[in-house]
Design a protein around this ligand. Structure first.
Ligand code: ATP
Ligand code: MG
Length: 411
């Protein structure tokens, strides 16, 4: 299939082509739009496909038997095609954003050009049609080529309409590894404090993507311009260090908080709670922040001891954090870590269990303690972790229990 205007050609998946065709056969226009066009032109596989169409939602529902009325107020219907769900949104323009957040009115529009004019950035404001080719009224293709994020129209006006676009701007620059056009950047910085009108969940999701992108240091810009002050995050030093941290969510988030001078588990928990972060992430990030403060183990036994709080798979990340953020020397632990491979370090890795202890005559309340004693020995000498050996040791220790039944195996 050729682009009638020459230049790039986008190959849409069959189900997207079918959807466009079905809508157009009913007498409407339909275009692939937004992120899928941007990513296709960048040579990436889009993660989903959106369609903008002149067809009103009630007609889409009639044309496609399997669909969900996802965003009635915004004219969006999700069409469930066999290979993927596709969001079909009616052409629209928006007017009046009195709260920096929601358009006061969503106005249906009659052309793809008008629909593209309400989109946030030029690289997101392109549409593709299998016969009509690329529709690019704002120079998105040129900005893609020069790797620039630029607001559609006047950046101050666009960010004033919807403050979420401020952090989206930085997120796209980070994820795509693009620069931000000067006026867009200035508007983003000066309007950053209006991010307080945006829900914590949405900021969190954009922040996460910004931090895990190619330019995580841009998070410093949003902090310094007061965009996250309402979460208690209001200063930051050396944001460029974030680049040296592997692009994993918890690691980058821990480093981000650390560089924002939020270093205690308590302060981190409070900021992350305000940001509506999930419990698991909060737990992992606070553990990392607490662990950075503790001196690194110097021998293999204390390293294995620490596995109960910081499991082996978390050590690589922790060491990088310690190196980058507090200039810690980590060579010794890096040398020791592979030596712990296959060594037991928790109770459930022992060759004996609670039932074995019961059959030796240990009372239930003493089982935990004897297993800990055995574990301590095994941490020192992994070769002891054989069933017969551990049963023998447990038996040897046991007489002490008979001597003082209420205070058994304490020693
Ligand atoms: P990705 O899904 O990879 O994050 P995307 O470009 O698809 O990127 P979405 O958030 O899924 O981003 O939005 C789809 C499209 O809707 C965008 O490409 C953009 O054209 C438009 N859009 C989304 N949010 C806004 C917004 N706040 N203001 C203006 N346009 C927006
Ligand atoms: Mg998308």
């Amino acid at each position: 299939m050729m682009n009638p205007k020459g230049g790039e050609i986008i190959k849409l998946p069959l189900d997207v082509l079918k959807t466009i065709d079905t809508i157009e056969s009913a007498g409407y226009q339909a275009w692939a739009v937004g992120g899928c066009v941007r990513d296709s032109l960048l040579g990436k596989v889009p993660k989903d496909y959106d369609i903008a169409s002149s067809c009103p939602p009630f007609e889409i529902i009639r044309l496609f038997p399997r669909c969900i009325n996802t965003g009635e107020a915004y004219g969006t219907v999700t069409v469930l095609m066999p290979s993927m769900p596709i969001e079909v949104t009616v052409f629209r323009s928006e007017s009046g954003y009195s709260d920096s957040r929601h358009p006061d009115r969503v106005v249906p529009a009659n052309s793809i050009e008008t629909d593209l004019s309400r989109r946030d950035f030029t690289v997101n404001a392109m549409a593709w049609h299998p016969q009509r080719g690329l529709c690019d009224p704002y120079g998105g293709q040129s900005d893609l080529k020069h790797r620039i994020v630029r607001a559609v129209g006047d950046p101050r006006a666009r960010f004033s309409e919807d403050a979420l676009r401020i952090i989206r701007c930085l997120r796209f620059a980070s994820v795509l590894d693009f620069d931000i056009e000067q006026a867009t950047l200035e508007a983003a910085s000066s309007l950053a404090p209006t991010l307080r009108y945006i829900s914590a969940e949405r900021i969190n999701s954009e922040l996460r993507r910004l931090l895990t992108g190619f330019r995580p240091e841009l998070a410093g810009l949003i902090v310094k311009s007061g965009g996250l002050a309402h979460f208690g995050i209001d200063c930051m030093t050396q944001p460029e260090l974030l680049r040296q941290i592997p692009a994993a969510k918890t690691l980058r988030l821990a480093a981000f908080l650390y560089l924002s001078n939020i270093r205690s588990a308590e302060c981190a928990r409070s900021a992350l709670n305000l940001l509506r972060t999930d419990h698991r992430t909060i737990k992992e990030v606070t553990l990392l922040l607490e662990s950075i403060k503790i001196p690194l183990p110097e021998d293999i036994v204390s390293l294995k001891h620490s596995f109960r709080t910081i499991p082996p798979d978390k050590w690589g990340g922790l060491l990088t954090l310690s190196e980058v953020l507090s200039g810690e020397k980590t060579d010794r632990v890096r040398e020791l870590l592979p030596q712990t491979e296959g060594h037991p370090w928790n109770r459930s890795m022992l060759a004996v269990n609670g039932n074995d202890m019961a059959s030796l005559g240990y009372r239930q309340k003493d089982t935990g303690r004897i297993l800990d004693i055995l574990l301590d020995m095994v941490l020192r000498d992994p070769n002891l972790n054989r069933r017969e050996e551990l049963l023998r040791i447990a038996l040897e220790i046991k007489p002490a229990q008979n001597d003082s039944p209420d205070d058994s195996v304490k020693k």
